[in-house]
Design a binder for this molecule. Structure first.
Ligand code: ES4
Ligand code: ZN
Length: 322
């Protein structure tokens, strides 16, 4: 076993962020959607980000190519195949239904394609995967409530809700009601917080949304009181190092908060976020950390164990992996 195929759970990956430029071109041609170029390398050249918003602008524009159930199936299957090769045994996958609804794609098309991909990947690759429905914070709390209501007929096809998109200016407090409703429906709850927003957003996600995991959470390290709460409760943090470098949430990988987070006793996991955009899958993130910080096999094993502990697998299944 090497870092390239160490058995892990991936808990922070946006299925839309796994759309490689090769598949982007195939889908654009299939659906007659215009792209700035039809050369996958030239398209990748456009991925030069200065912050979260500069990434989101390109990411949302590209999603216009996703039109049919087969498109969502191909997207899901491509990720699960690549993730399986990287050692992923369990994936808890975000998707953004509001983006597709805005593009005129009904929920049953999105669920139909993704759910079929997850079932086929389980049968052919032996990978366990579930979906987490994310609300786009820039569309606000009322739109999130509407989206959750519309998703109730599909409750057997997702295990939780999350919160993503532009962070600063859209605090967790806007989503208190929709997260309370998700809890009442028996859904798990996670939220992006402390990526570009400060530690106050992490406090709000914990106190007002009752999240079971924090996505990113790297800026929590700025607040010693918050670090103590996260350590004491062992709240998992799904950290995405290559994403943080690409979007300049950290100046360089060498200056990443990860070593400080581990030293503080936080339950940290390593994830890829949007691997088609940020230079790599979970194995690439682990290799980069190994190169930068000289992670040894014991530290790798700890990160892998953390990923299963932090997952939403039933306890008995977690133990089979730990
Ligand atoms: C995202 Cl890196 C990141 N942050 C917030 N929202 C997102 N959606 C997709 N990737
Ligand atoms: Zn993310």
């Amino acid at each position: 076993m090497t870092v390239a195929n160490w058995p892990v759970a991936e808990l922070h990956v946006h299925i839309e962020g796994t759309l490689e430029t090769e598949l982007l071109v195939v889908l654009a041609r299939r659906n007659d959607v215009a792209l700035p170029s039809y050369d996958p390398d030239a398209l990748r050249e456009l991925y030069r980000f200065t912050d979260l918003q500069s990434f989101l602008d390109i990411y949302y524009a590209n999603l216009a190519v996703l039109r049919t159930e087969a498109d969502f199936y191909d997207l899901g299957m491509a990720y699960l195949t690549r993730a399986s090769a990287a050692g992923v045994r369990r994936a808890e996958i975000f998707f953004d239904p509001q983006t597709h609804l805005a593009n005129g794609i009904p929920l049953d098309v999105v669920f139909g394609g993704l759910t079929r991909a997850l079932a086929d990947a389980r049968a052919t690759l032996g990978i366990s995967a579930d979906l987490i429905l994310c609300f786009l914070r820039h569309l606000g709390g009322a739109a999130a409530l509407q989206t959750l209501d519309a998703a109730v007929p599909f409750l057997d096809q997702f295990i939780g809700v999350g919160l993503d998109s532009a962070e600063v200016g859209f605090p967790p407090s806007l989503f208190t009601e929709v997260f309370a409703r998700a809890k009442a429906l028996g859904l798990h709850r996670v939220a992006h917080a402390g990526e570009e927003g400060g530690p106050d957003y992490v406090h709000e996600a914990l106190d007002l949304l009752g999240v079971e995991r924090v996505d990113h959470g790297i800026r929590a390290i700025e607040d010693p009181g918050l670090v103590e709460i996260l350590r004491e409760r062992q709240v998992p943090l799904t950290v995405c190092p290559l994403s943080n470098v690409c979007l300049r949430a950290t100046p360089t990988l060498a200056e990443h908060a990860l070593p400080a987070m581990l030293a503080a006793g936080l339950l940290v996991t390593i994830n890829s976020d949007d691997p088609a955009y940020f230079g790599g899958y979970i194995d690439d993130n682990l290799s980069a950390l190994q190169r930068e910080f000289g992670l040894d096999n014991q530290q790798l094993a700890t990160l892998a164990r953390n990923s299963f502990r932090a997952s939403f697998l039933p306890e008995a299944e977690k133990r089979r992996h730990i």
